[in-house]
Design a protein around this ligand. Sequence first.
Ligand SMILES: Cc1cc2nc3c(=O)[nH]c(=O)nc-3n(C[C@H](O)[C@H](O)[C@H](O)COP(=O)(O)O)c2cc1C
Length: 173
Amino acid sequence: MQALKDRHSTREFSRQKLSPQVLSNLLWAAFGVNRPDGRRTAPSAMNWQEVDIYVATEEGLYVYDAKANALNTVSTQDVRAATGTQDFVKDAPANLVYVADLAKTGRARGEEQTLYLGADTGFIAQNVYLFCASEGLAAVVRGSVDRAVLAKAMKLRPEQKIILTQTVGYPQK
Ligand SMILES: Cc1cc2nc3c(=O)[nH]c(=O)nc-3n(C[C@H](O)[C@H](O)[C@H](O)COP(=O)(O)O)c2cc1C
């Protein structure tokens, strides 16, 4: 009840970084494996589990491996500025990028596919919001992003589609 009461969007972040443990907990809350059969903290249409969480920080770009509960390095470039159109994204400690792998969406196409990608990502983003509320972290989910520019900066494959982004950090005091 308290986390739901506290959940809100924030657009001003301090420069304080997230510790590896906080980031690890955040990613597990977001879309970690919570059952022995490999299912996750967020539901997904037909259990596609098609959404990958990339994390853009000052140090580089990483992707969450839920099975191993690990963060794998994608590049050591700082792509934060490309993760959105708003000024705070370039300095925020972490920008999550929700990327759907269209190769995992079975036979779904068109409107059905698009709706499910959005819904599946929404559940993850809400997990992040609630985790942040419970930990005193600040967050805002964002759709305002030049997806073509960001996909290029992240060197995504053609079947990878950027759905939303979400900035996470500590609130500015
Ligand atoms: C799909 C989606 C896209 C959003 N895109 C942006 C965005 O690009 N930039 C931003 O500052 N907020 C964005 N928001 C956050 C909303 O503006 C915010 O949730 C809304 O104003 C309600 O405020 P609250 O989250 O504090 O309840 C987005 C929210 C959703 C659900």
